[in-house]
Design a protein around this ligand. Structure first.
Ligand SMILES: Nc1ncnc2c1ncn2[C@@H]1O[C@H](COP(=O)(O)OP(=O)(O)OP(=O)(O)O)[C@@H](O)[C@H]1O
Ligand SMILES: [Mg+2]
Length: 51
């Protein structure tokens, strides 16, 4: 198992989008992917269509 973290102090620079797209690309290549959304904004969750 490998854990990847996308981190930057700056807001709105694409951390969540990069996480979503990286996860999608790994999954589309047959890897098992778990995306974990610790951000109270919940953007990753809503980007993926969940409440
Ligand atoms: N590669 C890109 N090219 C153009 N726009 C992008 C790109 N990546 C993200 N964006 C846009 O930039 C905005 C901010 O992206 P995102 O929410 O991923 O940033 P963030 O760093 O997670 O923000 P926050 O600090 O609020 O969590 C969004 O409107 C997103 O669609
Ligand atoms: Mg974000």
């Amino acid at each position: 198992m490998t854990t990847y973290t996308f981190f930057n102090h700056a807001g709105g620079v694409g951390k969540t989008s990069a996480t979503r797209d990286f996860g999608y690309e790994l999954a589309s290549r047959g890897h098992q992917v778990l995306l974990v959304d610790f951000d109270p904004q919940g953007n990753l969750t809503s980007f993926l269509g969940a409440d």
